[in-house]
Design a protein around this ligand. Structure first.
Ligand SMILES: NCc1[nH]cc(CCC(=O)O)c1CC(=O)O
Length: 312
């Protein structure tokens, strides 16, 4: 039980981005609720594995598991995550209590020499370990050589600056949070490079038995973002999503209407077409948002998405 006097503790990973995000939520909670809020920094297995593509070693769950153990043991009350890194289905006993207003959801083109993807010379080397970015880059520019790129944001930028790549693609939101927005040469419009489900949004996870905390955090939910990310995450869930599947899902909710764009690529076969589906309709609650996500997944299936999934 939380009392009115004890501090709230936020469990967070210790990358510069994760700490920025945790401090952002810390400040918000202090301001809204007048509570003392402390941070508990932790290293996760996902942070330790830097040499392999994440999809090959167990996926998104690697970044959240240790934080959930801290919640379970009562060492922390909240865990702050990039929503993009949160598995579609949380383990029993945990829930997503709030999603904050989304920042820029777009992917960013970063290069010391070239201003945009179009300006890259033939066969240029582009760094990304995101299968989603890889399949969409391949569809836009089949000539490019796409090379793996892992590590936290600073590491990735350093590898670019060392000349190992002509350009790299990163989430705009992460760069902006770290004061690195000036590294962005162009932002991909979401219809050209569809973002990942949840990209740019922060999620707050708690134990499901923390009813009072849940109720308080509900006041932080940004409704347009909340509805959009429920649709996006439903696409992934409906396709049995893990990050070994190159799946993109991006939704915008405005004036009661949700527009959802999705794409799925083949994780191995470069000649397989990128499948796309877009749906829209009136949405007033998360159930309706998720139904739209399921409808988009169904459209991808009708185009043959199942044949892409078995390899994931
Ligand atoms: N996969 C790592 C990760 N998780 C969240 C972000 C960026 C911030 C966000 O999307 O909220 C990033 C970096 C990136 O993809 O470039």
């Amino acid at each position: 039980m939380t009392t009115t006097t004890s501090p709230w503790v936020i469990a967070t990973r210790e990358s510069r981005l994760a700490l920025w995000q945790a401090r952002h939520v810390q400040a918000l909670l202090q301001q809204r609720f007048g509570r003392t809020v402390e941070l508990l920094g932790m290293t996760t297995r996902g942070d330790q594995i830097l040499d392999r593509t994440l999809s090959k070693v167990g996926g998104k769950g690697l970044f959240v598991k240790e934080l959930e153990v801290a919640l379970e043991e009562g060492r922390a009350h909240l865990a702050v995550h990039s929503l993009k890194d949160v598995p579609m289905d949380l383990p029993a006993g945990f829930l997503l209590a709030a999603v904050l207003e989304r920042e820029d959801p777009r992917d960013a083109f970063v290069s010391p020499r070239y201003a945009s993807l179009e300006e890259l010379p033939p066969q240029a080397v582009v760094g990304t370990s995101s299968l989603r970015r890889m399949v969409q880059l391949r569809a836009l520019r089949p000539d490019l050589r796409i090379e793996p790129l892992r590590g936290n944001l600073d590491t990735r930028l350093r590898k670019l600056d060392e000349g190992r790549y002509d350009a790299i693609v990163l989430a705009a939101a992460g760069l902006m949070r770290l004061g690195l927005a000036e590294r962005i040469r162009t932002r991909f419009e979401p219809d050209r490079m569809i973002p990942a489900a949840g990209q740019g949004a922060l999620g707050i996870e708690i134990r499901a038995d923390q009813a009072e905390l849940r109720e308080r955090l509900a006041g932080l939910v940004d409704r347009p973002t909340w509805l959009a990310v429920h649709a996006e995450r439903a696409v992934s869930r409906a396709l049995g999503g893990s990050c070994s599947v190159p799946l993109a899902a991006h939704a915008v909710w405005q004036d009661g209407q949700l527009r959802l764009s999705t794409a799925i690529g083949h994780p191995e076969r470069a000649d397989a077409p990128l499948l796309k589906a877009a749906v829209s309709g009136p949405v007033a609650d998360t159930a309706q948002a998720e139904a739209l996500g399921v409808a988009a997944a169904q459209q991808l299936r009708e185009q043959g998405a199942d044949g892409y999934l078995q390899h994931g």
